[in-house]
Write a protein that binds this ligand. Structure first.
Ligand code: AVI
Length: 319
């Protein structure tokens, strides 16, 4: 039987984009969270980024999931309740669930009801036999899971795509601790992480020759103009993504091309010529970083699945 259970609505507070953006613009240096990249246009551009020759992350992770699915499923074991923070990563979730031995159910947790409904419906059509229990909640806050439809051997939380890298170091640790709490003792987290490599390859991945990533970054300003009534002159900003060796991450900024002012919500924000506004971190890891992060969050590395070049890894961290 193939079923999407009724959405469980934990009524997360509505995100206040306006006040968060104003607060970030008032900071020195200015910053806006990369979570605001993903309006409809931003999500479509992200799909295009994933198909760029320089952006190896998505295809490498999919390759690991395809080629090593037997070993991954074996390591997870039978009768797993699979949880995902975010409304499901489409083909990756499908590939994992297809390979797993007798999954009990799939529980996507997302703040967006519409994204949850759409992805649950798509997965229902693709995967006969796996009950889907969508939960509308803010996964950065404490939450309790719905009762599983049958006895569960292990809770496993899937967090692919190196999305953890988009969080600051402290926020990433807080999120890992939250995951640890959700899966409970004996549970596990299966997390996709992009690994450290040459600066040239890393910077190329975030500065594709076709300019899709630059358009993706600048689309943030288009969104703020449309949704919040800001007046960013989009063509007076430029995308810059550079690797910060010390911090071990790509840092993406929007650079003001001249001295200018931006109005938002009755306030004026001054940009100096050349001023850089931080819009994204994309952290990169080595195995020591992963072990350190895991142990700080009450997890331990159980298995590592990676491609032959060691570009990307799926890490099974047990609680
Ligand atoms: C979603 N996230 C993991 C992507 C990344 O690689 O940091 C977002 C992205 N930003 C620019 N290119 C891709």
């Amino acid at each position: 039987m193939n079923a999407v259970m009724p959405l469980i609505d934990l009524r997360p507070p509505v995100e206040d984009m306006l006040s968060e953006v104003c607060r970030g613009l008032a900071q020195t240096p200015k910053r806006i969270s990369s979570k605001y990249f993903y309006d409809a246009r931003g999500s479509a551009l992200f799909e295009q980024i994933c198909a760029q020759p320089e952006y190896y992350l998505t295809r490498t992770e999919l390759g690991i999931l395809q080629q090593q699915i037997g070993a991954i499923a074996e390591a997870l074991g039978p009768d797993v309740l699979l949880i995902e923070f975010g409304s499901g990563s489409g083909i990756k979730t499908e590939r994992l669930l297809r390979g797993m031995r007798t999954p009990v159910a799939y529980v996507p947790i997302d703040i967006s009801r519409s994204a949850l409904r759409a992805s649950a419906e798509a997965l229902r059509q693709a995967l006969p036999g796996v009950p889907i229990i969508p939960v509308c909640a803010d996964f950065t806050q404490a939450l309790s899971l719905p009762t599983a439809p049958r006895p569960t051997k292990r809770r496993v939380l899937f967090f692919p795509g190196s999305t953890l890298g988009n969080f600051s170091t402290d926020d990433a640790l807080a999120l890992l601790r939250r995951m640890r709490q959700v899966v409970g003792t004996g549970g596990a987290v299966l997390i996709g992480l992009d690994m450290k490599k040459s600066v040239e390859r890393l910077e190329a991945a975030y500065n594709d020759a076709a300019g899709v990533t630059a358009e993706f970054t600048l689309n943030l300003l288009v969104r703020l103009n449309r949704e919040l009534g800001a007046d960013f002159a989009v063509d007076r900003f430029r995308h810059r993504a550079r690797y910060n060796r010390l911090a071990g991450r790509i840092e993406t900024h929007l650079l003001s091309q001249c001295r200018q002012q931006v109005s938002l919500d009755g306030q004026r924000f001054e940009f100096a010529a050349g001023e850089a506004m931080l819009v994204e971190y994309s952290a990169k890891y080595d195995q020591t970083d992963v072990e350190r992060m895991a142990s700080k969050s009450g997890l331990a590395v159980e298995r590592v699945f990676s491609d032959a070049e060691g570009d990307f890894s799926l890490q099974l961290l047990s609680a």
